[in-house]
Design a protein. Structure first.
Length: 194
């Protein structure tokens, strides 16, 4: 059985919306986009490289997959993240996409995400890594399908925005398996389901 691991950047008050740039995700009138960039450093880069170096397939929600196409899909810059993203099989959960032809090695999973991911997880194959896609992560967490979290906990609060664990979900216990603190105060915490 495949493992499902989720990597998300989160604020102290649980916000996961709009990390990268001001216009990334303005749903709900969110005005704090781009909050994560000032916390990048060599430690964060090294740890993300370590995560990306593990062989595995990617799992995305429609919105994040579309956004990542712009960031990664057309680059050929020697960046190891670019090479990993383009080479990996990318499964896209969507009820509205017609196809996943816009980015190489992408496979569309139509219908209910929890059902399609549960089927995919039960198959033999590489482990599945989610980067971002908070809505998808919440749905999979509620269905008991997320095995591991890598949370990049940023030392700030925003007060508004989409939070990682909103809505109903089962009681789930995790074990802290590793943690690293960056020079800018980001705690990279890795958890595995008990």
């Amino acid at each position: 059985m495949r493992q499902v691991s989720a990597t998300l950047s989160v604020t102290l008050d649980g916000v996961v919306q709009g990390l990268g740039r001001p216009d990334e995700d303005t749903r709900g009138g969110f005005t704090h986009g781009g909050w994560g960039g000032r916390y990048n450093d060599q430690v964060l880069g090294r740890e993300m490289g370590r995560s990306m170096s593990r062989p595995g397939d990617m799992l995305f929600g429609h919105r994040t997959w579309t956004d990542f196409i712009t960031a990664w899909g057309n680059r050929e810059d020697g960046n190891p993240f670019t090479a990993h993203m383009n080479a990996a099989t990318k499964y896209v959960c969507s009820r509205t996409l017609e196809n996943a032809d816009a980015w190489q090695n992408s496979v569309l999973l139509k219908g209910d995400a929890a059902e399609t991911v549960a089927e995919l997880k039960a198959e033999d194959g590489k482990d599945l890594m989610i980067v971002g896609s908070a809505t998808l992560v919440r749905e999979l967490h509620a269905a008991g399908l997320v095995d591991n979290y890598q949370l990049l906990i940023h030392p700030l609060t925003l007060g508004t925005g989409m939070r990682l664990f909103e809505g109903p979900a089962p009681l789930t216990e995790f074990e802290l398996t590793d943690s690293v603190t960056t020079t800018k105060g980001v705690i990279i915490a890795r958890y595995s389901r008990r």
